[in-house]
Write a protein that binds this ligand. Structure first.
Ligand code: ADE
Length: 310
């Protein structure tokens, strides 16, 4: 299936597709153009390695997937979704940049922006919890990135702190679109949600509608956003138990408690997002208008993305 796929027409190791300014142009790039270094992480179907472009000395995070494994495990569809989603999103603040894709006999390669400051979770682990101003700063960047993604008809479906990285300027960048859903256009707009799915994300951040009705949409990303906001303040996610089953039980019963000293304004935001029915949750606009974000001028892209961490 990978061999016949239009998405991976670049043969052998010769060609690559470079994405710049949202348009794809073909230039030649191969594994040999990169010097591979330290491992940055490992997933079930991929490894991410730090690599340096031998010509420009620029550093990249190269995600490598083993073709045989992908085919055997029937993940071809998801690999193509990741490539298509990142191409549709283009190079925008808040979304990990995809520079090249290519393949050789054995593997598929995604040449991604290298996020040198690691996971947002790293900060939470290092400091135990983040203060209100820092949460507002990173929270605003997350909301802006999620809004952009949703406006392009893409639902991430596995938003969690491990998928929120920090770029070279300490700004958040969302990664791992292998679980994304590309919504079909309905007239001029994308729908808010979509039908039954077999997909389940990471236990702690999964929405109740996915567990109950196998139904997911944009508001599931906002549920996950609320879980992360909670975690940035409390140091731990709202729904956490000794195993997945018990975690799911807690989610379906909306069983969570704010920690002592949890700021009231953030409590209000989280409470209005952690609602069992997706239609009862704040929308992106509702989040932007919430008084926690009263000082954020959402139309000022620079103010959201180019201010230092408080
Ligand atoms: N780990 C996974 N993806 C990464 C990236 N793009 N940059 C840094 N570390 C990563």
């Amino acid at each position: 299936p990978l061999e016949s796929s239009d998405e991976w027409v670049n043969r052998g190791a010769a060609e690559a597709t470079r994405i710049q300014d949202g348009t794809a142009s073909t230039i030649r790039r191969t594994v040999k153009d990169f010097a591979f270094g330290d491992s940055l992480g490992e997933g079930s179907y991929s490894t991410v390695v730090l690599a340096t472009d031998k010509h420009s000395q620029k550093k990249y995070a190269v995600k490598t997937l083993d073709k045989r494994h992908i085919i055997k495990e029937k993940k071809v569809k998801y690999v193509n979704i990741e490539k298509n989603a990142l191409n549709r999103l283009g190079q925008r603040d808040g979304i990990v940049h995809l520079f090249f894709t290519f393949q050789d006999e054995q593997s598929l390669y995604f040449v991604l922006e290298y996020a040198p400051h690691g996971e947002l979770l790293g900060l939470v682990k290092k400091y135990g919890s983040l203060n209100e101003d820092v949460v507002r700063h990173f929270g605003a960047q997350m909301v802006d990135a999620i809004k952009y993604m949703h406006d392009q008809g893409i639902v991430h479906r596995d938003i969690k702190p491990e998928n929120i990285l920090l770029d070279d300027r300490m700004r958040i960048t969302i990664t791992d679109f292998g679980t994304a859903k590309m919504l079909e256009r309905e007239g001029a707009k994308y729908p808010a949600d979509c039908k039954a799915t077999s997909f389940v994300g990471t236990a702690e951040y999964v929405s109740p509608e996915l567990l109950n009705d196998k139904y997911t949409g944009k508001s599931a990303d906002l549920w996950a956003f609320a879980c992360i906001v909670f975690q940035m303040i409390a140091g731990k996610p709202p729904f956490k138990a000794t195993n997945e089953y018990l975690t799911f039980q807690k989610i379906m019963k909306l069983q969570y408690a704010f920690t002592a000293g949890f700021p009231l304004v953030v409590r209000d935001l989280v409470k209005n997002l952690l609602r069992l029915k997706p239609q009862d949750r704040l929308t992106v606009r509702g989040i932007q208008n919430h008084y926690f974000f009263a000082d954020i001028d959402w139309k000022d892209h620079d103010a959201v993305w180019n201010r230092p961490v408080p």
